[in-house]
Design a protein. Structure first.
Length: 457
């Protein structure tokens, strides 16, 4: 993943704007990426220091104004390489033995006597039972520059440039304080998968339907617990990791409040599906222009229209081909997965599986269960939503949703760290608040489900 210092952006009127690649810039990016990848493949078995020199030569002809692009591509190539230390002995132990023996040899030599390095190396090698020629190679083999390239990147130049464009947005989101997203998809399954990804990464969010949007439109506000979003970079990292799940939706946009640079300047960052898709389309045009016999000649109007139609067809085909995750494929955090397995092994009669529904109270909000519980004789399932890492406000919002009618029975599992009493949810409501300490008990969740199922409400 890219870091913020590698982002090619500018400030304007309180906003941070990414500098998109124009036609010439994309051609150059593809050329630089191809050269970096070729150098990596040619340096398999060589030290990282030699690979760095090859990369310096590969990027030598790039335009000076593109230095951040070159640096970003280079980092992504390095991240995709497989390095390892080439050593037959622990370098720390080798240095300890060799330097200790060298000190003793210096103290023991006579005045004017020449220090015999080869003899010291040979003696140290004998003590460690290794050949003397291994000593020099292994002495500093744990240093980064001495690591050996074993596996080159398994990607091409086009994939590398696409990863760089994605990485720029992710690097900006690392500094986010608050995010507001608007998403829309003809497939409710894809929207549900996006929510599942947010929960998997333990991102706190609230969601509500966009009035009048018939294509499953939602407005999602992502914020941090107790303003920790502002203080903990790890939270921003979770958001950056979840960003690709947003990009698979047909329509989306986001507005992020960020703290940018060393001075943590408050700026706004905007991005949408149109911004994210445009570079790919420009990439195809750039490749076509670069390979055409007469690159300077404008394309006929009919050809331009045909190309636009082709791009629209490709977009529609891509959206249609995007698989909708089944409940078993949805992302579950480790604690939820452990709860699911525990319920299924517990012998309570309840069978658990990942939930695939959204419980929406129009105008009030949405509940996104993690698990669905069923047992023989029960026509309707009981859902479980885990709120262990959420805020107290989120818990009280769930209580309000339950009171106003979710249309389903839910067990809300709440960590005792949030200091919420189970009594805040009236027993007359067809849901339950399970407050747990430490880890969730599958048996306790099953007991709550049994009580809800047996109550006459």
């Amino acid at each position: 993943m890219l870091t913020a210092d590698l982002v090619d952006a500018r400030r304007r009127d309180g906003e941070l704007l990414l500098r998109p690649l124009d036609r010439d810039g994309r051609v150059e990016a593809l050329a630089v990426g191809a050269a970096l990848l070729e150098a990596a493949h040619a340096c398999v078995g060589k030290r990282r220091e030699e690979l760095d020199e090859a990369w310096d030569a590969a990027a030598d002809g790039a335009a000076p104004k593109r230095f951040k692009m070159v640096a970003g591509l280079r980092k992504l190539v390095a991240d995709a390489c497989g390095f390892e230390a080439e050593t037959e002995v622990d370098p720390i132990e080798l240095r300890r033995v060799l330097f200790t023996h060298a000190s003793e040899a210096r103290r023991a030599r006579e005045e004017g006597e020449r220090f015999d390095r080869d003899a010291v190396v040979a003696d140290a090698a004998k003590l460690l039972a290794i050949p003397p020629e291994v000593v020099d190679r292994a002495l500093f083999s744990d240093l980064r520059s001495e690591h050996v390239l074993r596996a080159p990147p398994a990607l091409d130049a086009a994939s590398l440039v696409e990863a760089w464009e994605l990485g720029q947005a992710q690097a900006v989101l690392l500094t986010a304080v608050r995010i507001t997203c608007e998403v829309s998809s003809a497939s409710p399954g894809l929207v549900r998968a996006f929510f599942a990804k947010l929960k998997f990464n333990k991102l706190l969010f609230s969601a509500e339907r966009i009035a009048g949007d018939e294509a499953h439109g939602w407005r999602i506000v992502i914020d941090g617990p107790y303003s920790m979003f502002d203080a903990v970079t790890k939270y921003g990292l979770r958001l950056a990791i979840a960003f690709p799940a947003l990009r698979v939706l047909e329509r989306w946009s986001l507005v992020a409040d960020i703290k940018w640079g060393k001075a943590r300047e408050a700026l706004v960052f905007r991005l949408s599906c149109d911004d994210a898709r445009a570079p790919a389309e420009r990439g195809g045009a750039a490749a076509e222009v670069a390979s055409a016999p007469d690159a300077a000649a404008p394309a006929p109007a009919s050809r331009t229209v045909d190309a636009a139609k082709t791009r629209r067809k490709k977009k529609s085909a891509k959206a249609a081909a995007t698989p909708i995750p089944s409940p078993e494929e949805l992302h579950l955090s480790d604690d939820v997965r452990e709860l699911l397995d525990g319920i299924n092994r517990g012998g309570s009669g309840w069978r658990a599986r990942p939930a695939s529904v959204l419980l929406d109270v129009p105008g009030q909000g949405v509940c996104i269960p993690d698990l669905e519980l069923r047992r023989d004789g029960e026509r309707q399932p009981i859902y479980v939503e885990v709120l262990g890492y959420w805020s107290r406000d989120a818990v009280f919002r769930r209580v309000e949703l339950a009171e106003r009618g979710l249309g389903a029975r839910v067990v809300f599992a709440v960590s005792s760290r949030l200091r919420v009493s189970a009594e805040v949810l009236d027993e007359a409501i067809a849901s339950a608040l399970y407050v747990y300490k430490g880890k969730m008990s599958p048996r306790a969740v099953a007991d709550h489900a049994t009580r809800i199922a047996g109550s006459k409400r």
